[in-house]
Design a protein around this ligand. Structure first.
Ligand code: AMP
Ligand code: MG
Length: 470
């Protein structure tokens, strides 16, 4: 595996050399063979366990911890950084795309701020499953190459086996990375970081044009809009959309407190620390807009004419809601299989959402039922029967195909994820993971024999809570 150094040329503040700790007894627990194949990485358990726990570091490799700031729940922390992650370097896939290879949970770094830099088995398994599930749902995400257990105990409440996650991402440049260089007054580094991010993620932007910072903000914002719409299409609640968890590439990152919505309700929140519902399901667009505004503030430092820059950057930020609504309306159009969006269709959408909320209908299963109803006889719930008649008149021969492509039959339900995590925590292995991964790898295919995985939790989810994955 050939690892290249990355980010060190941009600013000495951005990537700090830092060695992972050695694990007592590293063992490969999960390995993503299909993903590994893209990088021609062989399934050599002993070698990979040592490498991907951070226990064996080749002399040619220089691991770093990345520096970044972050607005966490709206409050600014000027110096966060990778407190439990080591970037070993970047690897190239078969298409020539560069990916960061990062170990999460391989010990404390210069940014740990008193934390242990460790990761417990539960959050590691959650990240593996959820990132695979989102990828299969067609949502941009960081990927998980492996989970290695360390043979050590991580002191949480209760103590748990330790694990290291190997995360692959097209880059780890976050909104918080720009905030960090801006806060540190490293304007040269900030300029270089924008140019590098443009080069990696938005090569269509003319990098010599004066307008490039405005174009960059527009492109980042558009990626965020695309991401949030795709989350909302499947009922994903990220749960911790801080600026340090917002990647410029538009990939989903940080699966700590994430969850899937069962019954439809824009106010759904599962994170135990999100008391105000800042990161509620329906608040995700507002927060993405807010995070883009924080990026704009950092970029402001790069302009000579501050007044003009403020006007131009604000125009981009102010365009968020129109651009988002266009994409969001298009999403509903597809979810309902409508060929075009007519004048009254927004009423059709809002009536359905109101009924779903009122009657506590499952988001995924309702859209799946509408989809399948165009193909085979199904029972439509009594409380949406009248609405169904109106909607049915708006469907066409193309509707089934359109709807099947955007409405998943299966999502990674919270209670199933918890059940699998519990198996790993209790016995270090799972009897269910393989079958579950197989089903969620093909989420847009409805199969009667898989209905066991389609069901929402019998007891409901009023008491379900997620926690930041420390
Ligand atoms: P997160 O909630 O994962 O986005 O983390 C927020 C910040 O806390 C980041 O700077 C992390 O590196 C840091 N952090 C989280 N968990 C730990 C840990 N166990 N040890 C050290 N730093 C941590
Ligand atoms: Mg994070």
């Amino acid at each position: 595996m050939k690892l290249q150094t990355r980010y060190t040329d941009i600013s000495e503040l951005l990537a700090i050399k830092d060695m992972p700790s050695t694990a007592a007894k590293p063992q490969l627990l999960l390995f993503n063979d299909k993903l590994a194949d893209n990088f021609s990485i062989k399934h050599d358990s002993e070698f990979l366990a040592k490498l991907l726990s951070g226990s064996t570091i080749d002399n040619a490799v220089a691991p770093v911890a990345l520096g970044y700031s972050g607005h966490q729940f709206g409050h600014f922390s000027p110096r966060l950084g990778d407190g439990r992650a080591h970037l070993l370097g970047a690897i190239t896939d078969k298409d020539g795309t560069l990916w960061d290879l990062q170990l999460k949970g391989a010990g404390a770094t210069v940014f740990s701020r008193g934390g242990d830099g460790r990761c417990a088995i539960g959050p590691a398994v959650r990240e593996y499953i959820m990132s695979e599930a989102l990828h299969a749902l067609g949502i941009a995400t960081t990927r998980c190459l492996a989970v290695v257990t360390t043979g050590e105990t991580v002191y949480r409440n209760p103590p748990r086996p330790g694990a290291v996650v190997t995360r692959l991402a097209k880059s780890h440049i976050r909104v918080g990375s720009f905030q960090y260089l801006a806060t540190q007054g490293d304007i040269e580094g900030l300029e270089k970081l924008v140019d590098y991010a443009i080069c990696c993620h938005f090569p269509e932007i003319n990098s010599t044009d004066e307008k490039r910072y405005i174009d960059f903000l527009t492109a980042v914002q558009d990626k965020q809009i695309e991401l949030i719409v795709s989350w909302m299409r499947v009922g994903f609640i990220h749960g911790v959309m801080n600026t340090d968890n917002t990647l410029i590439s538009g990939e989903t990152i940080d699966y700590g407190p994430c969850a899937m919505m069962n019954n439809f309700d824009f106010d759904t929140v599962f994170s135990s620390i999100d008391h105000q519902g800042r990161y509620a399901f329906g608040n995700q667009p507002t927060i993405a807009n807010w995070n883009c505004a924080r990026l704009a503030e950092s970029l402001l430092l790069l302009f000579k004419d501050e007044k003009q820059a403020l006007t131009d950057l604000s125009a981009v930020i102010n365009s968020f809601s129109t651009r988002f609504n266009d994409a969001f309306n298009f999403m509903w159009q597809k979810k309902l299989g409508l060929e075009s969006l007519e004048e009254d269709d927004h009423i059709l959408v809002s009536e359905l959402l109101t009924l779903m909320k009122q009657h506590k209908l499952d988001y995924t299963n309702t859209f799946n039922l509408l989809t399948e109803s165009l193909q085979s006889p199904v029972t439509i719930p009594a409380n949406i029967k009248e609405w169904y008649k109106k909607w049915f008149l708006r469907t066409s021969t193309q509707s089934y195909k359109t709807m099947r492509a955007v409405n998943p039959a299966v999502i990674p339900r919270n209670h199933n994820i918890e059940m699998i995590i519990g198996e790993y925590e209790n016995s270090g292995k799972s009897a269910s993971l393989e079958a579950f991964l197989k089903v969620i790898s093909n989420p847009y295919i409805y199969k009667a024999e898989n209905t066991h995985w389609y069901e929402p939790p019998k007891e409901g989810d009023a008491n379900y809570q997620t926690f930041c994955g420390t």
